[in-house]
Design a protein around this ligand. Structure first.
Ligand SMILES: NC(=O)c1ccc[n+]([C@@H]2O[C@H](COP(=O)([O-])OP(=O)(O)OC[C@H]3O[C@@H](n4cnc5c(N)ncnc54)[C@H](O)[C@@H]3O)[C@@H](O)[C@H]2O)c1
Length: 320
C-alpha cells in the first residue's frame, strides 16, 4: 500500500504510545482512523492531537471504548465503526494494544497471567477475526500485528520472569508469519506484517499496571515481588519502606518512557514506512536489529547472563 489518503484504518490501543502516534501520522496522511482503547480519556487526547492540524474535509477520527480481549467489545466496536465512519470496508488494521505483567507462572496468579496473554495474543487474534470481513471487501488491505523483540527472545533481563508476554508475542509472530501464505492463497489483495519493536519510550509500564490492577500503584503482592527481584539483583531492601518501593516503581516507569533509545513517534514512522515498502517483517529500533542478529548467531546462549549483559552494554540498555 503506497498511499494512505482516503483509506480507513483501525488501530487498537490508540489511547497512548505507538497507537496514538500511528493515528496522528495516518490522519496527517489523509487516512480515516477508528481507534479503540480501554481509556476514553486517553483516546480523547489522541483525537484532540489528530484534529489539532486542520483535517481534510470529510476525514473522520472516531474513538471506541473496547477491551480487545473481549469479543463482544470488538463486535460493538466494528458496528460503531460501520455506523460512524459510514463504511463497510477498511484497508488497514493495526493490532497494537498490549500490556506487560503477569510475568511468572509461580509468583503471579492465573488471572494476572491470563489477563496479559489474552490481551497481547487474544486481542490480535480477535482483531483479525472481527475485521477480516471488512478487509475482504476493500480493494487492498494490510494487517499489522504488533509483536515485540520478545516474540523471538523471551526475556527482558536476568532478574525478571516474562512468561505471559513472551508466550503471547511469540504467538503473534507465528500467527502473522503463517497468515502470509493463507492470505496469498485466499485473499491476495490483503498483506500482513509483524512488528517487533525494541525499547520504545512509552508509558507501557504504568499503563500495564492500570489495566492489570486498576491503579498505577503496586499492590501488596507486587511489593513483595519487587523486593524479591531487587534482592536477586543484589539490592538490600531491608531498610526500604513500602513507600520507597513504590517510588522505585514510579522511577522505573519514568525511566522506561523518558530514557528509551527511540520515541513512539519515530517508531510509528518506521512501522508505516514498512507497510508502504510492503515488508512483512518490521524490526523497530537499532536494539531490535542487533538483538535479532545476535539471537540468530548464538541461539543456545540467548538466555545466558553474559549474552544479556554484553547486549545491554552494546545498545546502552538500562532496563533491568
Ligand atoms: N514500548 C516498548 O518498548 C514496546 C516494545 C515492544 C513491543 N511493544 C508493544 O507495542 C504495543 C504498543 O505499546 P506501547 O509501548 O505504545 O504502550 P502504551 O501503554 O503506551 O499503549 C498501549 C495502549 O493499549 C491500551 N490497552 C491496554 N490494554 C488494552 C485492552 N485490553 N484493550 C484495549 N486497549 C488496551 C492502553 O490503554 C494503551 O493506551 C504493545 O502491543 C506492546 O506490547 C512495546
Amino acid at each position: 500500500m503506497k498511499d494512505f489518503a482516503g483509506k480507513f484504518a483501525v488501530i487498537t490501543g490508540g489511547g497512548t504510545g505507538m497507537g496514538r502516534e500511528l493515528a496522528r501520522q495516518l490522519v496527517a496522511a489523509g487516512c480515516n482512523v477508528a481507534i479503540c482503547d480501554v481509556s476514553a480519556k486517553a483516546m480523547a487526547e489522541t483525537k484532540r492531537l489528530c484534529e489539532s492540524e486542520k483535517l481534510p474535509q470529510g476525514l473522520r477520527v472516531t474513538t471506541h471504548v473496547a477491551d480487545v480481549s473481549i469479543e463482544a467489545h470488538y463486535t460493538r466496536f466494528r458496528n460503531e465503526l460501520i455506523e460512524q465512519q459510514k463504511t463497510d470496508r477498511i484497508h488497514l488494521l493495526f493490532n497494537n494494544a498490549g500490556i506487560g505483567g503477569g510475568s511468572s507462572m509461580i509468583a503471579n496468579t492465573r488471572a494476572q497471567w491470563e489477563r496479559t496473554f489474552n490481551i497481547c495474543w487474544g486481542g490480535v487474534y480477535l482483531g483479525v477475526r472481527t475485521f477480516l470481513p471488512l478487509l475482504l471487501k476493500a480493494d487492498e488491505g494490510h494487517i499489522v500485528n504488533t509483536s515485540s523483540i520478545n516474540g523471538f527472545w523471551a526475556t527482558v533481563g536476568m532478574g525478571v520472569p516474562h512468561t505471559a508476554y513472551s508466550a503471547a508475542k511469540f504467538a503473534v509472530k507465528g500467527f502473522t508469519e503463517a497468515l502470509i501464505i493463507d492470505l496469498r492463497l485466499n485473499a491476495p489483495h490483503i498483506k500482513c506484517s509483524v512488528v517487533m519493536p525494541g525499547h520504545i519510550g512509552t508509558s507501557i509500564v504504568s499503563n500495564s499496571r492500570k489495566v492489570q490492577s486498576g491503579t498505577e500503584r503496586l499492590n501488596p503482592d507486587d511489593i513483595v515481588q519487587a523486593r524479591q527481584r531487587m534482592k536477586a539483583a543484589g539490592i538490600d531492601t531491608a531498610l526500604m519502606s513500602d513507600e520507597d518501593i513504590q517510588n522505585v516503581a514510579v522511577e522505573r516507569a519514568r525511566a522506561f518512557r523518558d530514557e528509551a533509545p527511540m520515541t513512539a513517534a519515530a517508531a510509528a514512522k518506521v512501522i508505516l514506512d514498512g507497510v508502504k515498502a510492503d515488508r512483512w517483517r518490521i524490526l523497530v529500533g537499532d536494539d531490535a536489529h542487533r538483538l535479532d542478529e545476535r539471537v540468530r548467531q548464538t541461539p543456545e546462549r540467548a538466555y545466558d547472563r553474559d549474552f544479556f549483559e554484553s547486549f545491554a552494554a552494546e545498545v546502552g540498555w538500562r532496563l533491568s
